[in-house]
Design a protein around this ligand. Structure first.
Ligand SMILES: Nc1ncnc2c1ncn2[C@@H]1O[C@H](COP(=O)(O)OP(=O)(O)OP(=O)(O)O)[C@@H](O)[C@H]1O
Length: 350
């Protein structure tokens, strides 16, 4: 998918002025509150009209003020999914799903109900009413309804923010699977850098109605490390654990990581903040942290008032952060070796 826009939209005191070209199947829109993200979604969907400019989707104009083109929302073939699932309360799950399907002209239908239900694991819910569904089930049905309209683009305005963490991370694989299996590109808004890294190939960053840049999500996470309250979040894929001295030993990068008991006994993805990694130049003789990993420094980067340090732990990457003075004192330079100390309680399962 290629999305190209050059537009202006005034809303009261706020002006959105964008000149943007992004391509990819999974595009994120990131920015602080009030930066214009929802306004952009409304303009793309045709729910609001730019004052002037052009919006092209795969080269086709959805809006072009100089040629007086402004396709109606349903002619854009863009499906919307919002934070609140918006299911019809008086219709069963099946009828909610078929709503999207029946609205799509027969000749353009390329996605079938049974297949969508199978991918989203909602086949068993078909006869239920929306008020009997959990938040995650409702959001999967809303997604199914949007997909069954066989859209050219799925547009999602904070689709996961109404869900608790546990559900949010269970829905993300479905979104990725849907985009891949049905070849539907998506554009989504989120405040979460972790969501961006799990779901986007490219991120358009908005600030005060302007485009601040288009970057890879990993790059964005590093740029924001110093400003973010939680630092840079390392995402670690850990294998099947074994019990060890009252803790759980998870395989990772050819070694073991010890985690506290609450980590669960399945393999999975875990978060580890860059702030929870302590670096030591030499092997500390006595330390309470349960994990002590020998690492090589790959690179250093600056972010806000912090220095990020990308470590190579047996071939796997880990990002730690220190204040610049600590990096100098410890003489941390690319190629040098350090020990990374991590408490067993610092990991959080996604
Ligand atoms: N109908 C409107 N009339 C006047 N101003 C509006 C209108 N709708 C939005 N705005 C203003 O436009 C700006 C951008 O709003 P928008 O909802 O696009 O931001 P956002 O980045 O999506 O924010 P959030 O993350 O909080 O949802 C805000 O300053 C908002 O107050």
């Amino acid at each position: 998918m290629e999305l190209q826009l050059q537009l202006r939209k005034q809303q009261g005191d706020f002006a959105l002025e964008l000149d943007l070209k992004v391509s990819g199947e999974r595009i994120g829109i990131f920015g602080p509150s009030g930066s214009g993200k929802s306004t952009l979604v409304n303009l793309l969907a045709g729910l609001a009209r730019p004052d002037a400019g052009q919006i092209l989707l795969d080269g086709q104009p959805l809006f072009d003020s100089s040629n007086r083109i402004n396709l109606l929302p349903h002619r854009r073939r863009i499906a919307l999914v919002f934070q609140q699932h918006g299911l019809f309360p008086h219709l069963t799950v099946r009828k909610n799903l078929l709503y999207g399907y029946q609205r799509c002209p027969a000749a353009e239908r390329r996605i079938e109900l049974a297949e969508v239900a199978e991918v989203l694991e909602i086949t068993d819910l078909m006869g239920q009413m929306p008020d009997t569904l959990s938040g995650g089930q409702s959001q999967r049905v809303a997604l199914g309804r949007a997909i069954l309209a066989s859209p050219r683009l799925l547009l999602m305005d904070e689709p996961l923010s109404a869900l608790d963490d546990d559900l949010r991370y269970r829905i993300i694989p479905y979104l990725n699977l849907v985009s891949e299996r049905f070849r539907i590109p998506f554009v989504f808004i989120s405040h979460s850098l972790v969501e961006m890294r799990l779901m986007a190939d490219q991120v358009a960053v908005l600030e005060k109605g302007q485009l601040a840049g288009v970057v890879a999500p990993e790059e964005l996470a590093r740029q924001r490390m110093g400003q973010s309250a939680s630092g840079y979040i390392n995402l670690l894929e850990l294998g099947m654990p074994e019990e060890q001295e009252g803790l759980l030993a998870f395989p990772w990068a050819g070694q073991e990581l010890l985690l506290s008991g609450g980590a669960g006994t399945e393999p999975g993805t875990f978060e580890l903040s860059s702030r929870d990694i302590i670096l030591c130049k030499r092997h500390p003789d006595a330390i309470s942290a349960r994990n002590l990993l020998p690492c090589m420094v790959r690179s250093l980067f600056e972010s806000g008032k912090k220095t990020g340090i990308e470590l190579d732990c047996n071939g796997s990457s880990l990002v730690a952060e220190v204040v610049p003075a600590a990096a100098q004192e410890l003489q941390i330079t690319p190629g040098s070796t350090v020990w990374a100390a991590i408490k067993a309680s610092a990991f959080r399962r996604l």
